[in-house]
Design a protein around this ligand. Structure first.
Ligand code: G4P
Length: 291
């Protein structure tokens, strides 16, 4: 099953364009905010990004931390700290921890800022680019920062004749944010990566077998968060031990999802399960652990 996802690539046409744009813009910024999904910190990071960004300072943001297990998120943050990768857990939707973002960016660039000051460039803004895979929350973050979630009053600076993709936003005092294309070229080196991305909804469901995907998600949830799964769908211990197919049938029946003849509507239930997981209704679950 996971093999299937190794073939999945996002919008190949747009990918090359997005990559080019990022490469073009990189010289214009001081720092890159790399968003990943706190539920799948490994799979939601593009391995090509390091090559594209070269030595550009970077702040890793574990977004959607409201949907991830807080203990696992702490473990991931400790892991990055050990690797000297500056990282913050945020929730762009509610604005949680966004206040720490701009001070963290300033701290990463402290030597550069000191050098600017020595050269008399005291009012120099810090230019930041936001990158990340589709659906990871780039727009939510930019909007939250522009609304002033990051630091004080925000202001959107329009430049006539410039497309949305290349717009600079002034966020907080002394920071400018470059809106970048929302897609990144991505090829999965590990087939499990594609599966993780499918679980969280980063890959378009239309190209996936959602029934199969839901069975795999059930298996994963049963091993990682059996209590949360049992609670959400009122499953007994015996039911939790059923095969994934039977488990999905049980959930469908419990939810009254039936097709004619009184049979369980497992196709519909599969979609519901994926939806509920993605929306955090099953609880905050991290699918990838620090190895
Ligand atoms: P993108 O620009 O990187 O493609 O992602 P975008 O900001 O559009 O976010 C994709 C979806 O993820 C949106 O949900 C957004 O609300 C949600 N999201 C972003 N950040 C967070 C977060 O920290 N926590 C949670 N729980 N959700 C987050 P949507 O259903 O597509 O849109 P909407 O109905 O929420 O507006």
């Amino acid at each position: 099953m996971a093999e299937e996802y190794s073939k999945v690539q996002w919008f190949p046409g747009h990918m090359a364009k997005a990559r080019r744009k990022i490469e073009e813009s990189i010289s214009k910024v001081d720092l890159v905010l790399e968003l990943c999904d706190a539920r799948i910190p490994r799979s939601s990071r593009n391995p090509l990004l390091s090559r594209m960004l070269r030595s550009k300072p970077r702040l890793l943001l574990l977004n959607k931390s409201d949907l991830a297990d807080p203990a696992e998120t702490s473990r991931w943050l400790a892991y990055y700290e050990k690797k000297n990768v500056p990282a913050l857990a945020i929730d762009a939707k509610s604005g949680k921890n966004l206040k720490k973002l701009l001070p963290a960016a300033r701290a990463i660039l402290s030597e550069k800022i000191a050098a600017w000051e020595r050269r008399g460039m005291t009012g120099r803004s810090i230019r930041i680019m936001v990158v990340g895979i589709p659906n990871v929350g780039k727009s939510a973050l930019i909007n939250a920062l522009c609304r002033g979630g990051g630091a004080g009053k925000a202001e959107v600076r329009d430049q006539p004749g410039v497309t949305r993709e290349n717009r600079w936003f002034t966020v907080g005092k002394g920071f400018e944010l470059l809106d970048t294309p929302g897609v990144l070229w991505h090829k999965f080196e590990d087939p499990r990566q594609g599966e993780s991305l499918a679980f969280t909804g980063a890959v378009n469901d239309e190209i996936l077998d959602t029934y199969e995907l839901s069975l795999h998600l059930l298996k994963k949830l049963r091993s990682l968060a059996p209590k949360k799964l049992a609670e959400r769908y009122k499953l007994s211990e015996e039911e939790l031990a059923l095969s994934e197919e039977e488990l999905l049938r049980t959930v469908a029946l419990r939810r009254g999802m039936l097709i004619s003849g009184g049979e369980a509507d497992t196709e519909r239930c599969a979609l519901m399960l994926l939806d509920e997981f993605r929306g955090g209704k099953i609880g905050a679950v991290t699918l990838e652990q620090v190895e």
